[in-house]
Design a binder for this molecule. Sequence first.
Ligand code: AMP
Ligand code: ZN
Length: 114
Amino acid sequence: MDECIFCKIINGKVPSEKVFESENFITIKDINQHPEGHSLVIPKKHFESFINLPENLYQEFVEATKKSIWKLEEEYDFEGFNLALNNGKVAGQIVPHMHLHILPRKRGDNFRFV
Ligand code: AMP
Ligand code: ZN
């Protein structure tokens, strides 16, 4: 997956701001900081869609997500969050390497979750 931007980040060829890391997942800040703290939980192996994530990684995926949110809570002041997983172009997936968006939310942030 030479051309995949997230594989390049995981291989250290492209810089990123790390929030959390476990054996099989990494969480980084999205370059689009809207809303503030917007982050992505990404499996280190290239799986295109959530449906391709092996079952033995489900628990670690959920744990990585929770621990990433706890980390973000140390840095940002937010009251809630959205989680979004876009699968397929039609669903808004631009990077074809599975990633879960963590979207921190606070009252009056004017963020429209589509
Ligand atoms: P999606 O539309 O679900 O595929 O989302 C892809 C996300 O990746 C977008 O929110 C982008 O802002 C983000 N993104 C693209 N390139 C980078 C990068 N080099 N570092 C961090 N986030 C990125
Ligand atoms: Zn990839």
